[in-house]
Design a protein around this ligand. Structure first.
Ligand code: CP
Length: 311
């Protein structure tokens, strides 16, 4: 199996999602070794092109490519010809013309990664496009859940917070429901997009209702950079009414685990006590991000043909 572009989970077949998650296991073994290097992608080139800030996604894609022996280049658009007015399409053509095999793109416009696929022969990975999708984040979230619970089907997953602006929520909803999870979402009414139920999730405006008996809780970052005025009364009110704290976590199952895609607004959508507590898998998510992105790069550029190379 090979994947050409990775733009989102909405149209990705279940078999492909499962293949990526299965491949991430052996990849994680590689990054736990002293010598974290295999020759699988030797001769391939990966470019990260980020029009928005990132710590986790950008560094983990670069490390994933390096651990697989690909050459990497990174374009921080603030110090590139984008500031001179170069368009996304011209930038895509320019990067691809240098022989890059995979472009990992983060962009504030929904659909930017799909647009890029029309103007370049390089494979494109969507590393977050506006409020649309962030597929590799959802894949690493699902891999982390699988590691902890050994299954996704039948689990109750509560997603809390700023659903409206969250590409992480959208990708997780597509992925988790495809794999059979029961997804419950809760947030302020101003941050619950219309028609959410049509995606196969249950929607609440109180976090307590979503958390009752949950196996997994995912707290979302309040996306202050995408907020319009007046969506919440104040950060303090938001934390009091919707934040994940120890009292609310007690509503979940005793063995429920906590995820957050990062970066966290500590004391807003999640308390430090919960973020750093024994149920938190937030650091595991970061580690698993490297393994899942290695799996994606591998399946995109090599596929199954040289499976033995990754051992
Ligand atoms: N979760 C996530 O996308 O984090 P970064 O913005 O740091 O990449």
């Amino acid at each position: 199996m090979s994947i050409k572009h990775l733009l989102g989970l909405e149209h990705l077949p279940v078999e492909t999602i499962t293949k990526i998650l299965d491949t991430a296991g052996p990849m994680k073994q590689i990054i736990s070794r002293d010598l974290k290097k295999v020759p699988t992608l030797r001769g391939k080139a990966v470019a990260t092109v980020f029009y928005e800030p990132s710590t986790r996604t950008r560094l983990s894609f670069e490390l994933a490519a390096k651990y697989l022996s690909a050459d990497t280049v990174g374009l921080a658009t603030a110090s590139s010809s984008v500031v001179k007015g170069e368009t996304l399409i011209d930038t895509a053509r320019t990067v691809a013309a240098m022989g890059v095999d995979v472009i990992v793109l983060r962009h504030p416009m929904s659909g930017a990664a799909e647009l890029m696929t029309r103007y370049t022969d390089a494979y494109v990975v969507n590393a977050g496009d506006g409020m649309h999708e962030h597929p590799t984040q959802a894949l690493l979230d699902m891999f982390t859940i699988l590691e902890s619970k050994n299954r996704i089907s039948g689990l109750k997953v509560a997603i809390l917070g700023d659903i409206l602006h969250s590409r992480v929520a959208r990708s997780n909803i597509w992925g988790l429901t495809k794999l059979g999870a029961e997804v419950h979402v809760a947030g302020p009414p101003t941050m619950l997009p219309a028609g959410l139920e049509q995606l196969g999730v249950r929607v609440y405006d109180r976090p307590e209702a979503a958390l009752e008996g949950a196996d997994v809780v995912m707290a979302l970052r309040l996306q202050l950079e995408r907020q319009r005025q007046g969506l919440i009364p104040s950060l303090r009110e938001y934390a009091r009414l919707y934040g994940l704290n120890a009292e609310r976590l007690a509503l979940t199952k005793d063995d429920a685990v906590v995820l957050h895609p990062g970066p966290m607004n500590r004391g807003v959508e999640i308390t430090a006590e919960v973020a750093d507590g024994s149920r938190s898998l937030i650091t595991d998510q970061v580690t698993n991000g490297v393994a899942v992105r290695m799996a994606c790069l591998y399946l995109m550029t090599v596929g199954d043909a040289s499976r033995e190379d990754i051992d």
